[in-house]
Design a protein around this ligand. Sequence first.
Ligand SMILES: Cc1cc2nc3c(=O)[nH]c(=O)nc-3n(C[C@H](O)[C@H](O)[C@H](O)COP(=O)(O)OP(=O)(O)OC[C@H]3O[C@@H](n4cnc5c(N)ncnc54)[C@H](O)[C@@H]3O)c2cc1C
Length: 400
Amino acid sequence: MAKIVVVGGNFAGLTSALELKRKLGQGHQVIMITKSPVFLFIPSLIWVPFGEREIKDITVALEPIAKKGGVELVVAEVSQVFPDENKLITNKGEYAYDYLVMATGPELAFDQIEGLGPKGNVSYIGTPNGAMETRKRWQEFVKNPGPAVIGAAQAAGCAGAAYEFLFNFEQQCRAAGIRNKVNITWLTPEPFLGHFGIGGIAGGEQMLKGFMKLLNIHYITEAEIEKVGSDTIELKGGTVLPYQFAMIMPAFIGADVVRKSPGLGNEKGYIPVDDTYQHKHYPNIFAVGIAADYPIPFKTRVPMGMPKTGYPADESAKTAAENIVRLIHGQTTLKERPMGKIPGLCIMDAGKKEVIILSDSLLKPRKFAVMLPNPIYDVSKRMFEKYFLWKVRKGYSWLP
Ligand SMILES: Cc1cc2nc3c(=O)[nH]c(=O)nc-3n(C[C@H](O)[C@H](O)[C@H](O)COP(=O)(O)OP(=O)(O)OC[C@H]3O[C@@H](n4cnc5c(N)ncnc54)[C@H](O)[C@@H]3O)c2cc1C
């Protein structure tokens, strides 16, 4: 009997654990260790500050899903992995494993910029607490509007989500009747609008420039934030932007546990894997989703992170699960699914507008890539949210 431990219980971790158990059946043990007892649909956090979603609307308890799928759930924090000893330590005890899947997502590198972080005045929407704090600040801002700065810091892991928040914020300012009092500036490390950390999509830059002009949003590309103050953001080069409201997507680094486990990851806390998601040095360890290191094949003047979004997280998890099953069954040929070649499938909600991005491959070279704008309404991401939460509740991990 093989014992497989999956660390992480969100997009990549939940899919890995359920797929492993579904494919292996009885006779093998799958344990999912996660510090959160719920699945959180992170993409919908952009709507929480405006009261369009409550946290309870976008979370699902893991216990019944794990039980139905035959996965043993342990709600605990893993503090260290010992890859040479095939064991890990949690605040609820030690676990040995035959195979390990790391799906621990990112940590937020607020400390890379002076003044950025939860103690300052700049908001971050990517966690439940951050989104609720942003809601309070938004409600204050509506009573006392002024300049706003929205953007992504250098090396930000998910510039696309910051774009979504920007357009939702602009639309909410109009709905609240304060738009004429709000000067909005968009800050981005991208060399051009619509690069998104994936090298851009044909027509994307023109489309986003059109949106910025139409909505009267100022923008600064190749922006590098030097320092954040209580009411100003200072850029390298000397530009100082005053703000009454600001939301900045910070850089991502790998999880603490990876950085505290010698031999497991690189200096940024990401785990080096090959195209099968198998660790480059430990064949019984796999890393999926954001936890996996994926070298970015392009250079930008201001550093950018590659967005390892929900779809590649899910696909990497399925590939790793399939490969562990093959190894357990004595096979030596593993399935390859390079992250940069996974099809791009992304819906950018833009507040009563949306853009659907489709490509045969996340990174270039691509055979096709299209951005389909819908300037009239934004229904696709809301439908996608409903579909994904239904899939999670049912435990249908094999579905896309
Ligand atoms: C604001 C925002 C909006 C986004 N919008 C979109 C979108 O529209 N579409 C899209 O495709 N993607 C979007 N993304 C990206 C998407 O959220 C990620 O791709 C996805 O969450 C990655 O999944 P993951 O499982 O790798 O990591 P995560 O979802 O971060 O999961 C990490 C898991 O590891 C657990 N964990 C971490 N450390 C430990 C530890 N030491 N011990 C135990 N458990 C641990 C956590 O509890 C969690 O369960 C967005 C991201 C943000 C921040």
